[in-house]
Design a protein around this ligand. Structure first.
Ligand code: HEM
Length: 509
């Protein structure tokens, strides 16, 4: 993390020195001991550089659930779990007792009152509206045409130029820009054109990066510390405040332009034409008799909505595509099988049937799921019980305590996925009859489970398959040797140092 403030570094160093001086013994034994006053923070800080794999090791030995104790009086205690029985119970069978909670709203304050942070009736209204809009045929057509336009006007020309100039390119950055432009267009009807060979900086996209990083650090710092930093405008908190202001300013521009566009076209409010309509238009025209708690006349509601859908679409798909392409580079036999499937299922390189036929690509679907099992774009889920409860694992949880479901760990547990849990094997998703093997969502949690299951799953899978088919049909991707590929600590699972590749055109293309 390039952007840790002086205060963060000082705190970390003090903890480390204390830890080293007081308890200078075999590190592994003590890594997650709870020390007087400091709780488990010292061990945590020592392992922060490899926190993902460390988490996996802890769960393997802790029977899938363990209590993290923070420093005294900081309210940082959290129950971590990757136990499918607990997950099913929290996200589905006892859903009504497990909310995002007041603490979530404080940590995620920049989100405002969007679908990700809301509970109860407000969430039900937002959920109903989101599902209706995302499933609308007109919106689905728009998402297909937008994906294809960005592919042929943005990604393909960029790839071709990289081929001609034998240029090294960061594929993760390319996917981030591809999914940002696509998502932003679906949300606002405008293309920010961040995907081009010049890679211009787009302030809204940068603000999304700063937000993700800031929220992650709010999870691992005592509340009083980040609040203090926020008050004095220091480090990540300063960038969070700036990001918040960027979301306000940029959204205001799009909201007033969209209101004006709707007014000038003379389209009746509550009269959504549905055909090729972006999400901002649909939200402005929301029928408030159906969604009583939503406030389309208020700019704040629309600002939170724009942010919610950009958050939902951009980083998730960029992360999934980046890790997928990296896994393919390590598993050429999987590439061969996907290419064969594309030929066998007669998916043409261009033309309208590409999208219609995507459903036939079972092996590609399996490979994408397998990649998201090992590298889930959303790393963790945070829940809070309204009433004290007993989890199926036998752990008691207090009212308003914090429970973290660690998706990265869940996908790698041998107790859940078998001895080959850490191996990339798309075949585990293929049934005996050659169809897709179902895996319960509380085991494969990448798109969440229960009533809050991701409503954009279908859209995301279609977009990702479209991109992958285009790339594998036309290009060979070579990952530059010697670079370190490791996950970056954050809300979303990005690669810390990106994914540098060279691209060549396939002879048969
Ligand atoms: C690979 C792509 C995607 C993945 C892995 C993914 C994953 C998830 C996950 C894990 C959640 C639960 C988050 C939480 O409650 O903390 C979620 C919720 C949600 N996702 Fe997705 N998502 C993806 C793409 C999309 C897209 C493209 C959209 C729409 C443009 C979308 C819309 C939403 C919405 C609106 C919610 C909130 C649902 C609720 O709370 O009821 N997602 N997604």
């Amino acid at each position: 993390m390039a952007s840790i403030s002086l205060l963060d570094v000082s705190i970390a160093i003090i903890c480390l020195v204390l830890f080293r001086c007081l308890f200078f013994k075999k590190r592994k034994d003590h890594a997650f001991r709870s020390w007087p006053v400091l709780g488990m923070i010292p061990g945590f800080l020592l392992e922060l550089h490899r926190i993902y794999d460390f988490g996996v090791e802890i769960f393997e030995t802790a029977d899938l659930t363990f209590l993290f104790t923070g420093p005294w009086f900081t309210g940082m205690d959290m129950l971590f779990t990757v136990d499918p029985a607990n997950i099913h119970y929290i996200l589905s069978s006892n859903f009504s007792n497990y909310t995002k909670g007041a603490d979530f709203k404080e940590v995620f304050d920049v989100f405002g009152e969007m679908i990700f942070s809301s509970d109860a009736e407000l969430w039900k209204n937002q959920r109903k509206a989101a599902q209706y809009m995302l499933n609308h045929q007109g919106f689905q057509k728009l998402s297909m045409s937008t994906t294809r336009r960005k592919l042929y006007d943005g990604l393909v020309p960029l790839f071709d130029q990289c081929c001609e100039e034998e240029k090294v390119v960061d594929l993760q950055e390319v996917f981030k820009r591809f999914t940002f432009d696509t998502t932003f267009f679906l949300v606002t009807g405008c293309d920010p054109k961040s995907l081009s060979i010049e890679m211009p900086e787009v302030e809204y996209a940068k603000a999304l990066d700063d937000l993700g990083e800031g929220i992650f650090y709010r999870h691992i710092k005592p509340k009083f510390l980040w609040k203090l930093q926020n008050l004095f405008g220091l480090g990540q908190e300063k960038r969070m405040t700036e990001a918040d202001a960027t979301f306000d300013r940029v959204s205001a521009k799009y909201i007033s332009a969209k209101r004006e566009e709707i007014r000038s076209k003379g389209i009746d409010h509550h009269q959504s034409d549905g055909e090729s309509e972006d999400l901002l238009s649909s939200h402005i025209k929301l029928d408030t008799t159906k969604y009583e708690l939503l406030k389309p006349s208020e700019d704040k509601f629309l600002r939170d909505t724009i942010l919610a859908f950009n958050l939902a679409g951009r980083d998730t798909m960029a992360s999934a595509l980046s890790w997928f392409l990296w896994l393919l580079s390590q598993n050429p036999q999987v590439v061969t099988k996907i290419r064969k499937e594309i030929i066998d299922k007669s998916i043409s390189k261009t033309g309208s049937n590409v999208l219609e036929n995507l459903d036939k690509l079972v092996y590609l679907h399996a490979a994408l799921y397998e990649s998201m099992r090992l590298y889930p774009p959303v790393v963790f889920q945070r829940k809070s019980p309204i009433k004290a409860d007993l989890l199926p694992s036998g752990h008691k949880v207090d009212a308003n305590s914090v429970i973290i479901i660690y998706l990265y760990g869940l996908g790698r547990m041998t107790a859940v996925w078998g001895e080959d849990a850490t191996e990339f094997k798309p075949e585990r998703w293929i049934s005996g009859t050659g169809g897709l093997r179902h895996s319960p969502s509380f085991k494969f949690l990448s798109f969440n489970a229960g009533p809050r299951t991701c409503p954009g799953k279908q859209l995301a899978m279609t977009l990702m398959k479209t991109v992958v088919v285009e790339i594998l049909q036309n290009y060979d991707i070579k990952v530059i040797k010697g670079q370190k590929i490791e996950p970056e600590s954050g809300l979303m699972l990005h690669m810390k140092h990106g994914l540098r590749v060279t691209i060549t055109k396939r002879c048969s293309a």
